[in-house]
Design a binder for this molecule. Structure first.
Ligand SMILES: N[C@@H](CCC(=O)N[C@@H](CS)C(=O)NCC(=O)O)C(=O)O
Length: 216
């Protein structure tokens, strides 16, 4: 594949949706050209690719654009899945869909209102933290019984979820670390300390300023 035909991946480093998509692309081994953006200063070329204006966006060629993070994950892994991330998809599609949909709707809803309470009118962050805790406790329970949310190894459920649990923790790390969730803490910390995580968190200057895209 030459330079022109590699997909273009529009990304924002700290975005958990972009993070999960970068994790899947990296695991698949598919090479893309990564263009870092700033959400407050989106390049016209990015908005032309997807008017929705959210990251991640993957331009895969022939005018085909994927602008949902889970779709990017499935696109990459369905082409190449050397680590078996989709094992859970083949084994228990219903469980996978149930987890991903409650993660992206309910858990995210409460996470935003806990972490960014001031952005919303009349929101009690403690109530939303408590609602999110219901999910975290169920994941801790699952991780107590098995190594990973996806089964015996981290797979798509884990890597789709980890960036959001990381974000939840960042809201109040001391509080998070003081909770009695040993399995969840271990799962998150192992990920945060991993080479894998470091490899998708490289800092790049915005493409808009430099014109530089990075082979990722
Ligand atoms: N459902 C989308 C959500 C993506 C999303 O909301 N990304 C945020 C950043 S974390 C974004 O781009 N927001 C647009 C903005 O802030 O202008 C996905 O899964 O890709």
């Amino acid at each position: 594949m030459n330079h022109q035909t590699k997909p273009i991946f529009w990304s924002f480093r700290r975005c958990p949706y972009a993070m999960r998509a970068r994790l899947a692309v990296k695991s698949s081994g598919i090479e893309v050209h990564l263009r870092e953006i700033l959400l407050r200063d989106k390049p016209d070329e990015f908005l032309q690719a997807s008017q929705k204006g959210t990251v991640p966006v993957l331009e895969v060629g022939d005018g085909q654009v994927i602008d949902e993070s889970l779709d990017v994950m499935f696109w990459a892994l369905s082409q190449s899945d050397p680590e078996g991330w989709l094992e859970i998809y083949h084994r228990d599609k219903a469980a996978l869909e149930q987890h991903l949909s409650s993660l992206d709707t309910d858990f995210k809803f409460h996470l935003d209102r806990y972490k960014y309470a001031t952005r919303y009118d009349d929101v009690d962050e403690k109530i939303h933290r408590q609602e999110a805790v219901i999910f975290l406790e169920s994941w801790n329970e699952k991780l107590t019984a098995q190594t990973a949310l996806s089964g015996s190894n981290n797979g798509i459920l884990d890597y789709a979820t980890l960036p959001f649990v990381r974000q939840f923790r960042i809201a109040d790390m001391e509080w998070f670390d003081a909770q009695d969730w040993p399995a969840l803490h271990f799962w998150l910390q192992t990920f945060l300390n991993s080479e894998r995580f470091a490899s998708v968190m490289t800092k790049y200057a915005p493409w808009k300023d430099t014109g530089e895209e990075h082979l990722f």
